[in-house]
Design a protein around this ligand. Sequence first.
Ligand code: CTP
Length: 413
Amino acid sequence: MKVVVGITGGIAAYKAVGVVRALVLAGHDVHVVPTAAALRFVGRPTLEAISRNPVESDLYEGVAEVRHVALGQTADLIVIAPATANTLAKLAVGLADDLLGTTVLASSAPLVVAPAMHTGMWEHPATQANVRTLEARGVVVVGPASGQLTGADAGAGRMSEPGDIVEAALDAATAANPDLDRAVVPETAGVSHDRLAGRTVLISAGGTREPLDPVRFLGNSSTGSQGVALAAAARDRGAAVVLLAANLEVPAPEGVRVVPVTSAQAMLDAARAEAQAADLVIMAAAVADYRPATTAETKLKKADLGDALTVELVRNPDVLATLAAERPRPDQVVVGFAAETEADPERLLALGREKIAAKGADFLVLNEVGFDRGFGPGETAVTVIDREGRVIGEASGTKPSVAAAILDAVAPA
Ligand code: CTP
């Protein structure tokens, strides 16, 4: 297929060479369109040698061939890696002040972008709004990953690995046009694949509801945001994702298989079945520990109950502990969450260590919650511990950035 690779001006531009090389070695016809800023990070001769095609960057070259629209019109796929914050903003409003901008606007091919920038720039509401605009328009956003940045600090903003970008881009192209030949990226392309590429990941999200009668239930404050962000992050890393969705208050991500469940018992039944094929299990849902001992067949009436109502509750099965005990394969990785109201970090860690031992999980993601903390779309902070109780990851920020950090900790590349 004919692929346009746009490269924009960030330090990750050097890694874009890996994207071009993998596509070329898979047999695709690759045309690189660097911005002027990108050419300050990688030279045109490198890009021409690797892409095996002339490299176009100037809007005023080849005007007679109407090059500013020709490339876009004939492309089967456009990949922009790295996509800077500035480029995401330009794409969101449709600016076309360079060859890459006109190429994108003139094209109806799938567009895949791999953002790369400092964490602060990525998390800025302007960038996040631009990303949402692009996603709503069908643009596939790959990454960014979390990890060491160019400076001394670490966080979300690293460009995803070239192998993951290429896989996501080829998936997008063949989904849009099944007649295209996806071709196989040979191992010799030297691109590293994320550990989750091709794996099956089971994630629970949301909060269970335990029915009292046909119209009432015992529930909790979980909206499902963190589990949904994990599902999207695992999908972006190439995993086949199954989402056990318990009463989500946020939309489930595209491209994951959603299994709706309501109560703890229903979650256990579905989780047991789905865990058979899973390489990684992440139980992020808030599961009720107790359910009403009986569920009334018809609506409970005050006239029958009087001024006080006592409800007897019985213990629910523990989904996480059951899955950890019944692993279908010894190499299946099981991750639990622990939401605690303990504010003291040391005591929070101690609770986490007790909980991971009690549940038999491989990793536990600990977070502090309160009446106004930890739930919904806002920021969060987590600590990830392993079986030995060692802290192996810490992250704070938006739920998507924390989701990326959790995957980095439990399934490193
Ligand atoms: N969990 C579960 N089944 C339950 C209760 C909890 O699978 N019946 C899972 C959650 O999905 C989460 C982890 O266990 O991954 C920890 O949940 P949490 O509510 O923090 O712990 P509890 O086991 O309920 O312990 P406690 O309420 O006593 O602190």
